[in-house]
Design a binder for this molecule. Structure first.
Ligand code: SF4
Length: 151
């Protein structure tokens, strides 16, 4: 299961398959991370620095994070894509095709001046999360989406 949590200046990725429940997150920022709550991550509950430092201590890499760089990620399911918006301008896009076998992610692109900020990973995670919630398999054919899924 893949989840993307975003609030203010931080975006957090969680890959449940890597989570070994060492619970360092829960002890590091107990108001942010709670397995007793749904959703189990609430980024409104602690300062960004506390959350960031806690995520750094996740021993398995199940948690990771980036700054949002004032860029929002939206799912545009009608057009089978996720989009990145910064200052009202679209700066990135990840596209998928709905097939009988699952959602095929075939293209991920971020404008060159916005590369290196984790925006492409957020775009892919937005689709992975939506597919998980719809219980649909994801089939990556785009090289970047393949990389995210094999990390
Ligand atoms: S610290 Fe990482 S591996 Fe441990 S419970 Fe939290 S997310 Fe899972």
């Amino acid at each position: 299961m893949h989840r993307l949590y975003e609030y203010g200046d931080i975006a957090v990725f969680w890959d449940s398959e890597k989570c070994r429940h060492a619970k360092r997150c829960v002890t590091g920022s107990p108001k942010t991370f709670s397995f007793e709550r749904r959703p189990w991550i609430d980024l409104t509950q602690a300062p960004t620095m506390e959350i960031w430092q806690t995520i750094d201590k996740c021993p398995t890499g199940a948690l990771s994070c980036v700054y949002t760089h004032e860029t929002g990620i939206e799912l545009d399911e009608d057009n089978s894509r996720s989009v990145a918006i910064c200052n009202g301008e679209q700066i990135g896009e990840c596209d998928f095709r709905k097939t009988q076998d699952g959602w095929v992610i075939y293209h991920t692109e971020v404008m060159p001046e916005h590369e290196g900020k984790g925006i492409a990973k957020r775009l892919v995670y937005k689709i992975l999360e939506a597919a998980d919630k719809s219980k649909v398999k994801v089939i990556p054919t785009c090289s970047y989406a393949k990389k995210v899924l094999s990390e």
